[in-house]
Design a protein around this ligand. Structure first.
Ligand code: GLN
Length: 518
């Protein structure tokens, strides 16, 4: 079958969860046996979100091929298990840069370059994924970020799903559909008639209300779907399937709908989630006091918890507020601690204090990227006795640079997309805890995003004093994992396992960590 295109837009307000709806549509179509991908088009000028502060844009998610992307790509991967690439995340900046680079190269020699047709053609080329011609997809789902719209030509093979918000006015005890009507009118003004409406709402919408929206917006009644708040985002695909969102999409495109797929393993997961009542407290030591900043870590902990029949309760512990005096109190009642990734000096001493406390009190600890580096520094200071042990990132002149800048990073001056990014091989040491966790696999592949690395000059001293280097990148001989075997679970990874945890395949290290916490 020819590739079909689904566009997901949003109106009225932001944060409606377009990413979750896009991911849910992807999951539902996969359950019907279709091959899908999901991509995101963002309106901002940055080439990618890699240089954005998490306060601006939440977590930066990294793809296998080393592209720094939007956190919605994490939802796409967790819901569908697909691996996205740099072609799944496009910004206005990237579109313009491609066209301008081409102009400088002389590709358009003699022509005036204009928004129409040069920019619009580039947008279309990206939407049709012309750089990935051989991927043979049944459906390409494109989430159009922001509430601002990009323009496109909808062919016969496309469906437009528009997400809006139906607010509830308490004083009037009424649900209001006017904003939806306005938002649809705006789309229509751009020449786009939405085929399907997904109404986000905190209250159940009755048929009368849906009928009203359907007739005002010129959409079939069965194409007006409501997305009520759910106790978990993972309920959304099932809720959408119940209301026939996937069936409506197929009907619009002219594909026979057939039977509703069972989604057995997804339901098994949801059952486990419902039954996971026992609570497990995990401390998240980081500097960004905001849900979205450590999105993938949070989701990975939740998923691993559910598969271990517990409900993970995550307590954010602000590393800037940690002192040696208050650390015991801050981590009181935590079954385990995650030391988070990050950049720069702010909050790192708190992370080091936390690493010391959990090591000396034998509390299961998972250090991720900067978190792993802080474990190494702490061990250097307090076990090896190098009081000034540090990372070159934090102290350029430290004589004990146990974390050092990587050789190939030294000459880099540009900030965007220049770190060690994406999936690299890692060889696990037999008999180590991580080797067991990965099911005795010898060679694994995980995603990275860093400039600094364990300094091999100190490797023997660390190993002979109890911190073992149990994961090594064979090509560059870089230390990717450290662990203290005599502790219950004290492991740091230079890579980010959280990027490759999905609903149906929770990550083995998070599974092992949660087990240890239990
Ligand atoms: N700032 C550290 C580095 O660049 C760690 C990065 C991270 O935690 N993602 O190596």
């Amino acid at each position: 079958m020819d590739t079909k295109y689904i566009f997901v837009t949003g109106g009225v307000v932001s944060s409606l969860g377009k990413g979750i709806i896009s991911a849910s549509i992807g999951r539902l179509l996969q359950a019907r046996g279709y091959k899908v991908t999901i991509q995101k088009f963002d309106p901002y000028i940055n080439i990618d979100p890699g240089t954005l502060n998490p306060y601006e844009h939440g977590e930066c998610y990294v793809t296998d091929d080393g592209f720094e992307t939007d956190l919605d790509l994490g939802h796409y991967e967790r819901f569908t298990g697909i691996h996205t690439t740099r072609n799944n995340s496009i910004t206005t900046g990237r579109i313009y840069k491609t066209v301008i680079d081409r102009e400088r190269r002389g590709d358009y020699l003699g022509k005036t370059i204009q928004v129409v047709p040069h920019i619009t053609d580039e947008i279309k080329r990206r939407m049709l994924r012309e750089d990935e011609k051989d991927e043979q997809l049944d459906f390409v789902i494109t989430e159009v970020g922001g509430t601002r719209q990009l323009r496109w030509q909808l062919g016969r093979n496309a469906v437009c799903v528009h997400l809006t918000y139906v607010p509830y006015l308490k004083a009037a005890d009424e649900l209001k559909t006017k904003p939806t009507q306005h938002s649809v009118k705006e789309l229509q003004g751009m020449g786009i008639q939405p085929d399907i409406l997904v109404l986000r709402t905190e209250r159940h919408l009755d048929d009368h209300l849906r009928l009203k929206v359907a007739s005002f917006c010129n959409v079939d009644l069965e194409c007006v779907v409501q997305s009520e708040d759910m106790p978990s985002i993972y309920e959304v695909p099932v809720n959408m399937q119940r209301q026939g969102l996937d069936a409506a999409i197929l009907r619009k495109i002219g594909i026979p709908v057939g039977e509703t797929p069972e989604m057995k393993s997804w339901h098994e997961f949801l059952d486990k989630q419902h039954n996971a009542k026992r609570e497990l407290n995990i401390g998240l030591v980081g500097k960004y006091d905001l849900q979205d900043a450590y999105k993938s870590i949070r989701e990975s902990l939740n998923l691993a918890g559910i598969y271990n029949d517990v409900k993970t309760i995550i307590y954010f512990v602000n590393s800037e507020e940690i002192t040696s005096q208050n650390i015991a109190e801050k981590l009181d009642g935590m079954a385990g601690v995650v030391i988070c990734p990050g950049f720069g000096t702010r909050g790192i001493e708190g992370k080091i204090i936390a690493a010391e406390y959990t090591r000396t009190h034998d509390i299961p600890t998972f250090g991720i990227c900067l978190g792993m580096q802080m474990m190494v520094i702490e061990f250097g200071r307090n076990v090896l006795g190098y009081k000034d042990a540090n990372s070159r990132e934090m102290d350029e002149k430290t004589p004990h640079n146990v974390i050092d800048i990587m050789e190939e990073q030294k000459s880099i001056t540009q900030m965007g997309g220049t770190m060690r990014l994406g999936a690299y091989d890692c060889e696990l040491k037999e008999g180590s805890r991580v080797y067991e966790a990965y099911g005795k696999e010898k060679l694994i592949k995980e995603r990275h995003r860093h400039r600094y690395e364990f300094n091999n000059v100190y490797k023997d001293q660390y190993e002979s004093n109890g911190m073992k280097c149990v994961g090594i990148n064979p090509a560059a001989n870089l230390v990717e994992i450290v662990e203290i075997p005599e502790k219950r679970w004290y492991i740091g990874t230079q890579f980010h396992p959280e990027y490759s945890s999905s609903v149906l395949n929770p990550h083995p290290l998070f599974m092992s960590f949660i087990k240890a916490c239990l």
